[in-house]
Design a protein around this ligand. Structure first.
Ligand code: PYC
Length: 323
């Protein structure tokens, strides 16, 4: 067999959402910061995104975590999804740490002190809980997160008038109470929720004058928190409760006076698997706006240790993603 490329990867899922941690095969990248290295990957090697994440080696929901050197933190990490480059990704950070733990690659002292990670969105801090030396959960302290706009009203195609808040948690989200959409809030209706989410995103992002959003988070109240369904893109939704979306929710609830620092917030995915979250600290955003440091705790499980191969004569070397 003649191969033209080989990548070693560890696949995990965080409450159902996949992370492909790439441990070898990515060419050296130019740039000082993690953001610059991520931008170099995008400019020079974007073809690898299809190879690593699209069919036949991946699928629409796949997200890669790519470790790179950092000058600012103990490690650097950037995130590639099948459809876009994410500045920050909570579920993939949790998947990355679980992958390091599964291969004995957590840095020395992690169990006591955790570590800092530079991401394109900024520096985060991760630590873990352990039982008899085994990682049992990953605790992520995210970048400063804030409410960007409250009580925004838009007309969304097929839905009519929708009210939402817009908040940043490493990615910017429209936060929408799911009761405004006449659909059962369950996984069997995921593609219809995707349609609804995309209609809201489109209405916000095409000349509404409101902050642009990357994704739409629908929330449905439960005891001690909410069930989340995050619509990422056409036919793509987060299977996890979404780390950056949960961070945006914490910022929203804190700004509205509905969640005190330290109070627990249970963020469940659409299948009922939770993240445990809280406002860890009150802080300031990059532009001095009132913000919070969110803390999100969850766990990932390993699903494969693989070597991805591109055979030299593969006619579909770029991969493909059915829409
Ligand atoms: O967990 O932050 C997250 C995330 C973003 C996109 C998919 N998952």
């Amino acid at each position: 067999m003649r191969t033209s490329r080989l990548f070693t990867v560890i696949d995990s899922h965080t409450a159902g959402h996949p992370t492909r941690t790439v441990t070898a095969g990515v060419p050296p990248l130019r740039g000082h910061s993690v953001r610059e290295q991520r931008d170099d990957f995008r400019a020079v090697h974007d073809g690898l995104r299809g190879l690593l994440l699209h069919e036949p080696r991946g699928h629409a929901a796949m997200v890669a975590a790519v470790p790179v050197p950092s000058r600012e933190a103990e490690q650097g990490l950037f995130f590639i999804s099948s459809y876009v480059y994410l500045d920050m990704c909570g579920h993939a950070t949790i998947g990355y740490i679980a992958s390091l733990a599964a291969t004995g690659a957590l840095p020395q002292g992690f169990e006591q002190n955790g570590m800092s990670i530079e991401t394109p969105a900024g520096i985060i801090h991760v630590s873990g809980t352990f039982e008899a030396g085994e990682l049992t959960s990953v605790v992520l302290r995210n970048v400063p997160s804030y409410l960007a706009a409250a009580d925004v009203t838009i007309e969304a195609e097929g839905l009519g008038t929708v009210t939402c808040d817009i908040a940043y948690g490493g990615i910017t989200y429209a936060l929408v109470n799911a009761s405004q959409v006449d659909l059962p809030f369950d996984i069997n209706n995921a593609s219809r929720w995707c349609h609804a989410g995309m209609a809201i995103k489109e209405a916000l992002n095409t000349g509404s004058g409101h902050p642009q959003v990357g994704s739409v988070l629908f929330h449905h109240a439960i005891e001690g928190g909410a069930r989340h369904l995050v619509i990422l893109a056409d036919n793509k939704f987060d299977r996890s409760p979404c780390g950056t979306g949960t961070s945006a929710r914490l910022a929203q609830l804190h700004a509205r006076g509905e969640l005190a620092p330290g109070a627990p917030y249970r963020a469940e995915n659409i299948l009922g698997v939770p993240f445990a979250a809280k406002v860890a600290e009150v802080a300031h955003g990059n532009d001095g706006q009132p913000a919070v440091i969110p803390e999100v705790r969850g766990m990932a499980h390993i699903s494969a240790f693989s070597t991805l191969v591109l055979q030299a004569d593969d006619p579909l070397s770029a991969g493909f993603l059915p829409s």
